[in-house]
Design a binder for this molecule. Structure first.
Ligand SMILES: [Zn+2]
Length: 302
């Protein structure tokens, strides 16, 4: 008798674990949003994990397998996932495809002919800037799209998804209001950032921050001393307040840049992936707050 009860219990447990709807997300940021909205009803796997580079992702046979078993596939869209078509075909995915950015007004990608538009930040060839998640107002659209996609695939959970989406939207909106108020306290002319990472134009548009690309510095190779003096000139001419050169690893060159240009250099902005759990950008909202705080600190340091 006891044995039967135990078997039933175990059966019940494994059934409820199995009953979570399998969802695949293309990368860590939409994976986090999907977990926020799906809660306990979904099991979300991210193809490109935290701290991984979406630009160099190549789907492996294991990814094809994951997708083949999924009910919902959440992607960013706007050309972010250049490998999307090939992968869904090889997995013969027949579930619900959710394009999280669907319906937003996209920005154009910076002209590829610019020297800085290195191949390391190329997401596709449709000429759109895919990094819309850096604008929390647009993320409200992401949330709506993900919630409605989950509901289509799992109508029984629709009420839960709507409830959780509303709650998440409230938190995202609060983060936006805080950011708007904080940036507004900095004179507009001072909101100029030079960065090698060409991913923040949506954030810049929302809060009137100019993100300038370094001119004459290749993103593929390590900067030289000569390129640094060119950067110093650009920083002075454009009156840049803060500099984030993530691909410049040479400490001496960074110090030289900071000294000669009289700006603070460094700090990390998270763009295309969340951090691991031990670092400060493990969720979309903590990433957004961390980036805003890092920018505020750099822009107000005078
Ligand atoms: Zn990117």
């Amino acid at each position: 008798m006891k044995k039967i009860a135990l078997a039933l219990l175990l059966g019940g447990l494994s059934l409820s674990a199995w009953a979570k709807m399998p969802v695949v997300a293309s990368f860590s940021i939409v994976a986090d949003m999907t977990r926020e909205i799906g809660g306990d009803r979904v099991e979300v796997v991210s193809l490109v994990g935290p701290d991984q580079d979406a630009h160099v992702f190549q789907p492996a046979p294991a990814d094809v397998k994951k997708l083949a078993g999924a009910k919902v596939f959440v992607v960013n869209g706007l050309g972010f996932e250049g490998w999307l078509g090939r992968l869904s075909r090889s997995a013969s995915f027949k579930g619900t495809l959710v394009e999280a950015s669907r319906g937003i007004q996209p920005l154009k990608a910076e002209d590829a002919e610019h020297e800085h538009g290195g191949a390391d930040h190329d997401h596709g060839h449709d000429g759109l800037d895919p990094h819309a998640w850096h604008d929390p107002v647009l993320v409200e659209t992401y949330i709506r799209n993900i919630a409605s996609g989950l509901s289509r695939a799992d109508p029984e959970g629709a009420k839960t998804y709507a409830q959780r989406a509303a709650d998440y939207t409230t938190r995202v909106r609060a983060a936006h209001q805080w950011a708007a108020k904080s940036f507004a306290a900095i004179p507009a002319a001072q909101r100029k950032v030079l960065t090698s990472h060409d991913a923040f134009h949506y954030l810049g548009k929302r809060y009137a921050i100019s993100f300038l690309a370094p001119q004459g510095v290749s993103t593929d190779t390590e900067a030289s001393a000569k390129q640094v003096s060119r950067l110093v000139r650009q920083i002075r001419t454009d009156k840049v307040s803060a500099v984030f050169m993530e691909n410049m690893a040479d400490r001496r060159l960074l110090d030289q840049l900071a000294r000669e240009a009289g700006v603070q250099v460094g700090g990390k902005l998270y763009s295309d992936a969340l951090s691991g759990p031990a670092d400060p950008a493990a969720s979309y909202l903590s990433m957004f707050r961390y980036n805003v705080e890092t920018l505020l600190k750099a822009l107000t340091k005078r």
